[in-house]
Design a protein around this ligand. Structure first.
Ligand SMILES: [Zn+2]
Length: 170
């Protein structure tokens, strides 16, 4: 009986989530995979017509690849699976504000909309450090929604860096 009550509550919580939050949950699951692999926990997905076309998590260490950010991995997978380097109908959900490289790739791909969680005050290229995305002289404008599940997206990163600092001290 107790159990069914919890399930009902869980259902209520789930139904109260916005569609953006439901997709961000999936990006957070990707970030969790990065964390488990010892990578900086950032995750991203590409959604096209209500379906996931690409998923990615940071894999710089796994792949020895400086460009293997979550967003790049997800964009590559989406472009391959859709058979098109333009992702005009697609949206990206990323747990962290994209860096200049990823913002550039999002624009090359002509992604329609970007939704992200936490701001990145060190390298964010949407509004925090360098406004690469939607820079007025560049010829593509993208809808942007920021701060979706930002607390959880940021907490995952903070926990990771706290752990790393503690490791370095010991
Ligand atoms: Zn990046």
């Amino acid at each position: 009986m107790h159990r069914s009550r919890l399930t009902a509550e869980a259902k209520m919580v789930f139904s109260a989530m916005t569609p953006d939050e439901v997709w961000m949950e999936e990006a957070l699951r990707q970030a969790q995979r990065a964390l488990e692999a010892g990578e900086v926990p950032v995750g991203a997905i590409v959604v096209c017509h209500g379906q996931i076309a690409g998923r990615g998590f940071n894999r710089n260490l796994l792949d020895n690849d400086p460009s293997a950010h979550a967003e790049m991995v997800a964009l590559r997978q989406a472009a391959r699976s859709l058979g098109n380097h333009r992702l005009l109908e697609c949206e990206m959900y990323a747990t962290l504000e994209p860096c200049p490289m990823c913002a550039g790739a999002l624009m090359h791909a002509r992604v329609r909309r970007l939704v992200y969680g936490a701001d990145d005050p060190k390298a964010g290229a949407v509004h925090s450090v360098l406004p690469v995305l939607n820079y007025p002289a560049l010829n593509h404008s993208m809808q942007v929604e920021r701060g979706v599940l930002a607390g959880r997206c940021g907490e995952l990163l903070q926990a990771f860096f706290r752990g790393r600092r503690a490791e370095q001290k010991s």
